[in-house]
Each structure stands twice: as structure tokens, then as C-alpha cells.
Design a protein around this ligand. Structure first.
Ligand code: ADP
Ligand code: MG
Length: 618
């Protein structure tokens, strides 16, 4: 067997000709960039015009998938099969996104649970990870066409406020798209790098990154010291962006045309036409004082002054967020050395001027604001590739570390390429009523099933006080010290029982083994994702079967015979679905059961409350 050299600093396979690309996986638009003759460069579309790939995925009736401009064109004509803003769902549970259904034109399953959201397109169910992978595949295709060679390593950016779940979901999407994600980088950090900020280790500075995109606004305050970027504070509004500017213009145009919201909602193509005219007016006004065009054959016009009057309250909201971020970081605007503008909407002159006014200095805006994050990601990729000898790389974990969860799944706690020393943790619970002991098995590797990873050790947390399944709170911490020793600590938070072990993850594993494990994980990503999806669906179904049986027992007198019989038959349909390999079938059975039983559950709850109140005067 050939020996593949591996770069232990970052866990990558050292091969000179390898290109590592930088990817901005945005809510509205995504881009891919790479280093060309020492400069970062965003890959353009085939016609050479546009580097932006709209983050939209469309599923056609023949099940084919299209991504980008062609998919965006389907937003109005085929909303149920056109997925946008999937980044908002990354790493989120149903409970996290409850209440957001109205925002999405497509179907998000809305069971009120902790499990990760799924999106239904006809009879198929997708995770946000799979949909993001579709977008990443499109970017991968673009760059491979441009370079005429395979590309399989990337740095991907995420908002600074993304939590561990959201970051892990982004890594998983990369893996599924056939990309080895060497690092997840914060978007504001990438934007700073694009301007060369932070590349001089001798310089200490504090910067503000103001990012106004299509649907989201983020302000980040960063402190850069010896080349390390620390996030001092983040703030923002997850529903404020260029789309809201478009709405202002749509309102003005509708007024001029004498159209109501209802008119626009009924006539979809007119609605689409006015939306496109509004966006184009907005963009024109970033460079000109007025815009005139036509909608439905009638003229519309708008001046910059009218536009600015309309968006002023929105811009003011972003400035309030900036003030909050500064307050959280405990610094005044005078302590901000540099301000960087990111996101297409910062091209609006009122936005630019307001930011300059607030911070009292002119912001960095020479680079294309919708490209800066991708450009910076390409620079970060270049640093990881070891092409910048002047920059020191920190010690990093070469493989992911995690534990086994229900069904033999690997749950990564410290992702590979994390900084050493470091720590991360997560909470778990029991799956059986009255469970007293919990086995914690620690693994290393990138595969979804622990059986394909390397077992580092295991221990048992004894003496959990008997409680119903799901009630104990077991906190698991992974602490890796400067010598690379991993301490795994488990503690049941209600009772305080605790247990820990020390492991040396790099003991007894060769560089060749590590390289093979990485390659295997990419090669098996789709199969792994399929099995993970199936196992997760089965776990969800098993929990529901358990809850369903309990529900029938407890509400025997409240439910009618028909209701009991129907619930039973839906439960047994779900049971048989779990015995198949078809995750979509399981999800459909879950949805059917939930749809039927949730009104019953509400009624049962009301009855129980009424009965509890009877005889008790309040
Ligand atoms: P995201 O980070 O959310 O993916 P982008 O940074 O790509 O988004 O920003 C997209 C937004 O920028 C859209 O609302 C788009 O209309 C807006 N935009 C692009 N160019 C201009 C311009 N010249 N003037 C004003 N807004 C613009
Ligand atoms: Mg962005």
C-alpha cells in the first residue's frame, strides 16, 4: 500500500498540486473563490458575468435538481418545490423554527420536537444538510470546470454566531458534497482577511464588520491579536436585509399603479414582475439619483430621496444593533480601528454613509461587498495549505472526537481541525425509563457510524437516580490540553453524579491510518448520510411509538372507540415502516400519526385540566 503523506498541522493530505477553495455559503447567494497567481479570485458563471450562485434549490417533476439562477426563476411559479434560505434551518430543531413556517414557501415539518428539521418536497424528505450539499456541489462543479481538475478541499464560512450544531451541519454538508472541510471560518474573520487585516501578527486591532445581506443583518466586533481573531460581540437581526428594501420599493410602485397587496397576491406573475422591477430599481439607485421603468406595461418611477426616506427606519435598526454590539463588547466607537462592509446591501449609499457616521470613519469598501467573504475564505485556505510561511498555524486536532449515541451513530463533539488546547461539550439524556447507568464510548474519526471509526475508550456513568426516560440531563465535556491529552467528563446535572477518563487520541495511530480514515469518510459520505437519516428516522419513530402507547393508556376514557382504533392502526403502520429501510416512508407515517393525534392530544389535555379544576375552587 502506498504511503500517503499527511500534514499533521491541519490534518490535510500533503499534495502539492491540491487546491483548497474558499466558499461563502450564504443565505441568499453563495460563491467559491481560490488563489490565482497569489491573489484571491471568485469563480464567475460560464458567461463570465456573475460570481453569485443564488442559494436556491429546485426539484423538478422528474426529480432532477437544479441550483442557482435557474432555481431562483422557479420561486414564484413553483414555490412548493423551490427551497431558499435553507441556511436559516441549518442545525435547527423543529422547536427552534416553530413560528417561521409562514416565512417559507415550502413545507417544513412542524412536529414540536427537539429533532432536527426536515423539509418535504412531494413525497421526499430532505435535511437542510442535504440541500446545502446540493448548493455546494454546484459550486464544486463551477470551480472544477474553471480549473479543469478535481477539487475536494475547502474552507467554508459561517456567521460568527453559529453554534456547534450549525457548524457541524455545515461540515456535514461539505462532506456530503465530496469536500473535505479543512476549516469552518467566521464570515467577519474572512471579510477582514480579504482586506489583509490580521495578516500581520505584530498588530493588535479591534474592528467592526457590518454585514447586510439579502435577508439578514450581522454586526461583529472582533479583536485581532497575534493573528488570532476573537469575537468580542455579535448582534444583528435575522429578518432584516435587502429583501426588506425591495418591499419598500414594491410598496411605492404598487401605490403608483393603484394595486393592493391582494391584487399582487392573486396575480402571481404581476407580483413577480413588480418584485424584479423593485430590485432592479434599488440597485440602480445605488449609483443613480432616479429610476424609471415599467410594470405590466405601465410606468413606475422612484427617486433616491424617496427610496432613502422609505428605508431610513430599517437602516436605523441596523445602527441600533451596532450600538448593542458595542455595549456588549464594552467599548466605544472610538476604540474601533477599522470598519469593514460586507453584503450586497451595503452598496446602498445611505447604508454606507450611516455606518461611516456612526463609527466616525470611512469603512473599507474597495472590494466587492458580496465577494469579500469568499475572497477571505480563499486566503484562509491558502494559509492552511501552508503557502504563507510567515503565518504560524496553531496546533490542531487531526481527526474528530465524539461519542456513540442511539443506534450506533457517531456524535462529534470536537470536530477535526479544532484548536488545541480546547474544550467542547453537549448534553444528553437517557432513552429508557429508570435507567441507572450510561455507557459513554469515545471514538475518533469522520464516519457517521461508530463501527467505522476508531474506539478510544469507554466508561460507565453509574448511579443516575431513576427517572423517566428523557429527564436526566447528562453533560459530557471533552477537554483537550496542550499536550494533546483528552479528558472526557460526564456529569448528571440533576444529581451531580460524575465520572471521567483520560485518553491520548494520537496514541497508536499512524499518519497513514489517519489519511485513510479521511479519504474513507468522503468516499462513503452519501451512504453514511443515508444510514444516519434512516437511523434518526427510526429513533424518532420509536420515541413516538412509545409516547403513542402511553397516550392510549392514559386517555382510554376520553377517546372514542373509532379514535382509539385509528390511532392504533396508525401506530402499527408506523411500526411496520420502521422495519423497512425507507426513511421517507417512516417520515410519512410519523406525519400521518402526528396529524391525526395532535387534535386528540389537545382535547385530552383540555379534559384533564377541566377535571383537575372541578372540585378545586381557584
Ligand atoms: P447573503 O449574504 O444573504 O447571501 P448578499 O451579500 O449576496 O446576501 O446580498 C444580497 C442582497 O444584496 C440582495 O438583497 C441584493 O438585492 C442586494 N444588492 C446587490 N447589489 C446591490 C446594489 N447594487 N444595490 C443595493 N442592493 C444590492
Ligand atoms: Mg453573506
Amino acid at each position: 500500500m502506498a504511503i500517503i503523506p499527511i500534514n499533521l498541522q491541519d490534518g490535510s493530505l500533503a499534495k502539492a498540486a491540491d487546491v483548497i477553495v474558499g466558499i461563502d455559503l450564504g443565505t441568499t447567494n453563495s460563491l467559491v473563490a481560490y488563489m490565482k497567481d497569489g491573489q484571491p479570485y471568485c469563480v464567475k458563471s460560464a458567461d463570465g458575468k456573475n460570481a453569485l450562485v443564488p442559494s436556491v434549490v429546485h426539484f423538478a417533476a422528474d426529480r432532477s435538481v437544479v441550483v442557482g439562477d435557474a432555481a431562483k426563476a422557479k420561486l414564484v411559479s413553483d414555490p412548493a418545490n423551490t427551497i431558499y434560505s435553507v441556511k436559516r434551518l441549518m442545525g435547527k430543531s423543529y422547536r427552534d423554527v416553530a413560528g417561521l413556517q409562514g416565512f417559507f414557501g415550502y413545507k417544513i415539518l412542524d412536529d414540536d420536537t427537539e429533532s432536527l428539521v426536515k423539509i418535504r418536497v412531494n413525497d421526499r424528505y430532505f435535511t437542510p444538510i442535504e440541500l446545502s450539499a446540493d448548493i455546494l456541489r454546484e459550486l464544486k462543479r463551477r470551480i472544477e470546470t474553471e480549473l479543469g481538475q478535481p477539487v475536494n478541499k475547502a474552507v467554508i464560512t459561517v456567521p460568527a454566531y453559529f453554534n456547534d450544531n450549525q457548524r457541524q451541519a455545515t461540515r456535514d454538508a461539505g462532506k456530503l458534497a465530496g469536500l473535505d472541510v479543512l476549516r469552518i471560518v467566521n464570515e467577519p474573520t474572512a471579510a477582514a482577511l480579504a482586506y489583509g487585516i490580521g495578516l500581520d501578527p505584530a498588530q493588535t486591532e479591534t474592528i467592526a464588520v457590518y454585514d447586510l445581506g439579502g435577508g439578514t443583518f450581522d454586526i461583529s466586533i472582533l479583536q485581532i491579536q497575534e493573528g488570532i481573531f476573537e469575537v468580542l460581540a455579535t448582534n444583528g437581526d435575522t429578518f432584516l436585509g435587502g429583501d426588506d428594501f425591495d418591499q419598500v420599493v414594491i410598496g411605492l410602485f404598487a401605490n403608483q399603479l393603484g394595486l393592493s397587496d391582494a391584487d399582487l397576491a392573486t396575480d402571481k406573475s404581476l407580483g413577480q414582475e413588480i418584485r424584479l422591477a423593485a430590485e432592479s430599481a434599488k440597485k440602480t439607485l445605488s449609483g443613480a439619483d432616479e429610476f424609471s421603468g415599467s410594470v405590466g406595461g405601465k410606468p413606475v418611477r422612484i427617486t433616491r430621496a424617496e427610496f432613502e426616506k422609505g428605508i431610513e427606519p430599517l437602516v436605523r435598526r441596523t445602527l441600533n444593533c451596532c450600538a448593542n454590539a458595542l455595549r456588549d463588547a464594552k467599548i466605544g466607537t472610538e476604540k474601533i480601528d477599522k470598519v469593514v462592509l460586507v453584503g450586497g446591501s451595503t452598496r446602498v449609499p445611505l447604508v454606507k454613509n450611516s455606518v461611516a457616521g456612526l463609527f466616525g470613519k470611512s469603512p473599507f469598501d474597495d472590494l466587492d461587498p458580496d465577494e469579500v467573504v469568499a475572497l477571505g475564505a480563499a486566503i484562509q485556505a491558502d494559509i492552511l495549505a501552508g503557502n504563507r510561511k510567515d503565518l504560524l498555524l496553531l496546533d490542531i486536532t487531526p481527526l474528530s472526537l465524539g461519542i456513540e449515541t442511539v443506534g450506533g451513530l457517531m456524535d462529534t463533539i470536537i470536530p477535526r481541525n479544532s484548536k488545541v488546547p480546547g474544550r467542547a461539550g453537549r448534553q444528553y439524556t437517557t432513552s429508557v425509563d429508570g435507567q441507572k447507568n450510561l455507557k459513554i464510548a469515545v471514538y475518533q474519526g469522520e464516519r457517521d457510524l461508530v463501527q467505522h471509526n476508531r474506539k478510544l475508550g469507554e466508561f460507565i456513568l453509574h448511579g443516575i437516580p431513576p427517572m423517566p426516560a428523557g429527564l436526566p440531563k447528562i453533560d459530557i465535556q471533552f477537554i483537550i490540553n496542550a499536550d494533546g491529552i483528552l479528558t472526557v467528563r460526564a456529569k448528571e446535572l440533576r444529581s451531580g453524579v460524575a465520572q471521567e477518563i483520560d485518553i491520548r487520541p494520537t496514541y497508536g495511530i499512524s499518519e497513514e491510518d489517519m489519511a485513510r480514515m479521511l479519504l474513507d469518510s468522503i468516499a462513503h459520505a452519501s451512504e453514511d448520510m443515508r444510514i444516519r437519516g434512516l437511523l434518526e428516522a427510526r429513533n424518532e419513530a420509536n420515541n413516538l411509538l412509545h409516547a403513542g402507547d402511553k397516550f392510549l393508556q392514559q386517555n382510554d376514557t376520553i377517546l372514542s372507540e373509532v379514535e382509539k382504533a385509528t390511532t392504533k392502526s396508525l401506530l402499527s403502520a408506523l411500526k411496520s415502516a420502521t422495519e423497512t429501510e425507507d426513511k421517507d416512508l417512516i417520515h410519512r407515517a410519523i406525519e400521518d400519526l402526528n396529524a391525526y393525534t395532535s387534535p386528540l392530544a389537545h382535547r385530552a389535555m383540555d379534559t384533564t385540566i377541566r377535571e383537575a379544576m372541578r372540585g378545586k375552587k381557584v
